[in-house]
Design a protein around this ligand. Structure first.
Ligand code: 6PG
Length: 477
């Protein structure tokens, strides 16, 4: 029998993805550099469906029906290029290579272009949801050609997560690197969500004086409301977990140095290139890097600051409600920024990405899945050219209702010396956007003063320069 799909790279994500295809009735060819892994999979999970284990690249390719669909699930970067180089010569025009790793979209664009010359479809595909998602239904963000989606789409729709309304969490995001770009921004938003949740936790702990177990309960309550999401849900799980060895809250025995594999950082790097302010996401990335600077932190522990004084019981409960408002408002801002970046990327690379569809396929399966995304989808469905999520009436009203509490939380954080860079960057973004006038006018004046960089005026068209070193008259530039 020939396989409808093949997976090479059978580490946990590849293995679970292969099982997911098999469990959905597809015949799946398997390949891994270390052959034992292939056989282990069949031994352990062979009963789940039809697998065709292969040992060589040639056999793997031969096992696939044509046009071939070959998924590579290896580490991003050089290992991905190596696998492509191994398989591309064995393929024929019309075949598809699907890269399901966390590749940088610029690499995906390069690979897609190279392989296109050979007539091979390269389908850079973002896959989110971790191990469990890969097995039970991830959110899938394929880029690449329309033809490739026509062939792959139905299979991906079958194995993907389904949103509450039953819609599959997969769509053809756009050509070449569009899928990996959207996955990158997904991860940037994931970082921001995690940072905001972290700040909420820290404030509930240091300002409100709650224990991790109590905070877990608060998150559980929040999870029944508008913050209903996977990340809030697992936060409650992590916070209520007790370390077996010490009997202490698990969160107190984990080293407070957050790691990162790079996708959040890329989101910020690309935003800088595109000129998109993603300050909330940037603060989340910086917060992780700051946490890892142990020497710097050790050298700074003696610096002066207020000592956080926990609130009384009643005040604490009221404060927790405020934190929920601050978290929600900040979350709206980080999604606003993330969607702005996707819109800008789409424009820059001519991808024609449907933002409502992106929100829609993030509703299930992925790490940032949340009830909230249904509302973002609705906002873009109501108006596809929405200039910003903040210009959606419902979100604008919610932020308006949250803003007093949001500000109060930041006042408390500032007064008590608890860092809340995510909340604070989000509020600054909000206030800057709604400002009548920004100090950018002064910046322009300074630039003109020291470098004759010119400025535009509010009352007349054209570019101008003031003769700062002379009689300070104005000339047209
Ligand atoms: C997902 C995740 C996943 C990512 C992890 C770890 O969507 O399933 O985004 O792709 O690898 O979240 O990322 P960091 O190591 O950078 O935190």
């Amino acid at each position: 029998t020939s396989a409808q799909i093949g997976v090479t790279g059978l580490a946990v994500m590849g293995r679970n993805l292969a099982r997911n295809f098999a469990r959905n009735g597809y015949t799946v060819a398997l390949h891994n550099r270390t052959v034992s892994r292939t056989h282990d999979l069949v031994k352990e999970f062979g009963h789940e469906g039809d697998f065709v284990p292969t040992e060589t690249a040639e056999d793997f390719v031969a096992a696939l029906e044509r046009p071939r669909r070959l998924i590579i699930m290896v580490k991003a970067g050089a290992p991905t290029d190596a696998v492509i180089q191994e398989f591309a010569p064995l393929l024929e025009p019309g075949d598809m290579i699907i890269d399901g790793g966390n590749a940088h979209f610029a690499d995906t664009r390069r690979r897609e272009k190279d392989l296109r010359e050979q007539g091979i479809h390269f389908v850079g595909t973002g896959i989110s949801g971790g191990e469990e998602g890969a097995l039970h239904g991830p959110s899938i963000m394929p880029g690449g050609s329309k033809e490739s989606y026509a062939s792959l789409g139905p299979m991906l729709e079958k194995i993907s997560a389904k949103a509450k309304d039953g819609a599959p969490c997969v769509t053809h995001v756009g050509p070449d690197g569009a899928g990996h770009f959207v996955k990158m921004v997904h991860n940037g938003i994931e970082y921001a969500d995690m940072q905001l949740i972290g700040e909420a936790y820290q404030l509930l702990r240091d300002v409100a004086g709650y224990s991790p177990a109590q905070i877990a309960e608060i998150f559980r309550t929040w999870n029944t409301g508008r913050l209903d999401s996977y990340l809030i849900e697992i936060t409650a799980e992590v916070l209520s977990h007790v370390d077996a060895a010490t009997g202490k809250p698990f969160v107190d025995v984990v080293l407070d140095q957050a790691e990162q594999k790079g996708t959040g950082r890329w989101t910020v790097q690309i935003a800088l290139d595109l000129g998109v302010p993603v300050s909330g996401i940037a603060e989340a990335v910086f917060a992780r890097s700051l946490s890892g600077h142990t020497a710097l932190r050790d050298a700074s522990r003696g610096l002066a600051g207020p000592k956080a004084e926990p609130l009384g019981e009643d005040e604490a409960a009221a404060f927790a409600d405020r934190v929920e408002q601050a978290l929600y408002a900040s979350k709206i801002v980080s999604y606003t920024q993330g969607f702005h970046e996707i819109a800008a990327g789409s424009e820059e690379y001519d991808w024609n990405i449907d933002l409502g569809k992106v929100a829609s396929i993030w509703r299930g399966g992925c790490i940032i899945r949340a009830a909230f995304l249904d509302r973002i989808r609705a906002a873009y469905d109501a108006r596809a050219d929405l200039p910003s999520l903040l210009s959606d009436e419902t979100f604008a009203q919610e932020i308006a209702a949250a803003q007093d509490d949001w500000r109060e939380v930041l006042v408390a954080a500032t007064r008590q010396g608890v860092p809340a860079p995510g909340f604070s960057a989000a509020l600054a973004y909000y206030d800057a956007l709604r400002a009548d006038r920004l100090p950018a006018a002064l910046t322009q004046g300074q630039r003109d003063f020291f470098g004759a960089h010119t400025y535009r005026r509010t009352d007349r068209a054209g570019s101008f320069h003031t003769l700062w070193g002379g009689d300070r008259s104005e000339v047209e530039a």
